[in-house]
Each structure stands twice: as C-alpha cells, then as structure tokens.
Design a protein around this ligand. Structure first.
Ligand SMILES: C[S@@+](CC[C@H](N)C(=O)[O-])C[C@H]1O[C@@H](n2cnc3c(N)ncnc32)[C@H](O)[C@@H]1O
Length: 220
C-alpha cells in the first residue's frame, strides 16, 4: 500500500495511507493527540511508581518516546512492551520530526535506539525505561494479568474492523492486571459496547483536538 509522510496541524509528522485515507495519528496534531490520549488520560491515571505498559501498534514509536520522556520527569520505572506486525521502514523513521518538535534533540539517540533495538528482546533504554518490541499480530496476544496499562492504538474500526471486536478486547482484558486501564482514541458506540461486553468499566472522556470523545476502560 502507498504511504506518505504528512505534517499534521500541530507541526508534527505522521504516516498517511492514501489507499485507506487513514493515518498513524490524528491529522489535527499527532503529538497533541498522543499526549492527550495516552499520557494525560492513560499514563498519568495510573498511580504507581513502577508500571508495565503494553502498546498495540508500536508504529513510529511516538507513544513509547513520550512515555520515556515522562519517566525522565517523574522518575517512575516503566516496563514497556510494543506490539507491531508491520514495522515502519527506516527511511520513514528518518523523515519523522518528533525529536525536534518535542525539543528533545539531546535525546535523539534514545529515539533511534528504540527503533534499532532487536525485536523480542528487552532493552534498557534509560535507567527508568525498558522496551521490548514484539513483532507479532494482535490476535496472538497471550499475556495474563501482566500489564497496568494498555495503549490501544490500532488503525480505526472503519479500516480494520477485525481489531475492534469482543474477541480482541477480551485478550486485552486478560492481559491487564485487576484495576488496569486501557486507553484508546476511539469513541464509537460499537467499540464502547464491545469493551463493556467483555467486562471493562468504560468512561467516555473529552477527546483530543478534532475529536469530541475518547474511551478509557478499567478492569474491575
Ligand atoms: C494507528 S497506527 C500506530 C501508531 C503508533 N502507535 C505510533 O505512534 O506510530 C497502527 C499500527 O498498528 C499496526 N498493525 C496493524 N494491524 C496489526 C495487527 N493485526 N497486529 C499488530 N499490529 C498491527 C500497524 O502496522 C500500525 O503501526
């Protein structure tokens, strides 16, 4: 499928798939969306000094990188697992501007390290942040009561409806510890009902720029 790097409304880049008219991030602002959905309503909602995070759809590594930046501020320890079936190409990674837009040029080697690190092997990127990238499909997740937080960042239900089903939400519920949370940019009624059907307690929260709402589920 054809892929193109585009600039979103906050000046940060994303990868656009014209064939699907779908992007890796919101065209209203990739960095803004990532902070709003995953950091402010996810990471900051887990009150723990050490946490395990599962990201579904590691993609460009933006969510992983901003989580690493948070750990440098709050000194929490994060064990981060990123699942990705189709790793982003090197030429695309080189065209992304997250390090400069986040004014973290001094940490550009950390962003690179996250991408260069081998798959399926834990890598301590900083004293506070350990990353394991797993190259696999979502439906093969088998973790049980392992994670405090899931960033569910798959492509939308319009283009990948098979990833927004009760079956997939059940795998994610099982992967969470009791009290664990899942955040996603999605707000569709069908997604909320699928989450509720498998047992998530679901909150509708204000969405990032350009979106009215987003969802957060908690495992009871
Ligand atoms: C919305 S993009 C992810 C954005 C990513 N979090 C980032 O910050 O760049 C969705 C990601 O899910 C991946 N993906 C699509 N289908 C998948 C599947 N069945 N299993 C695992 N990953 C999948 C895509 O390759 C893509 O990287």
């Amino acid at each position: 499928m054809k892929r193109k790097i585009i600039i979103t409304s906050d000046g940060s880049t994303t990868i656009h798939l014209p064939g699907w008219n779908e992007s890796y991030h919101s065209t209203h602002g990739a960095i803004q969306e990532a902070y709003h959905v995953f950091i402010d309503n996810g990471y900051k909602a887990v009150v723990k000094n050490e946490l395990s995070v599962l990201e579904i759809g590691f993609g460009t590594g933006l969510n992983a990188f901003i989580t690493l930046l948070e750990t440098a501020k709050d000194q929490k320890k994060v064990n981060y697992v990123g699942i990705e079936a189709y790793p982003v190409r090197e030429d695309e990674l080189l065209a992304l501007n997250y390090v400069s837009e986040l004014e973290t040029r001094n940490l550009s080697h950390k962003f690179e390290e996250m991408h260069l690190t081998p798959w399926n092997k834990p890598q301590q990127v900083t004293p506070h942040f350990t990353l394991t990238k797993r190259q696999m499909f979502i439906h093969n997740i088998q973790d049980l009561a392992t994670f405090d937080l899931i960033y569910f960042d798959a492509f939308g239900a319009r283009v990948q409806p098979e990833l927004w089903t009760e079956e997939i939400f059940e795998l994610m519920l099982n992967a969470l510890k009791p009290g664990g949370k899942l955040v996603t940019y999605a707000a569709k009624g069908s997604v909320r009902r699928a989450m509720q059907a498998v047992g998530f307690e679901v909150e509708r929260l204000p969405g990032p720029p350009g979106k009215r709402e987003m969802l957060r589920g908690t495992k009871k």
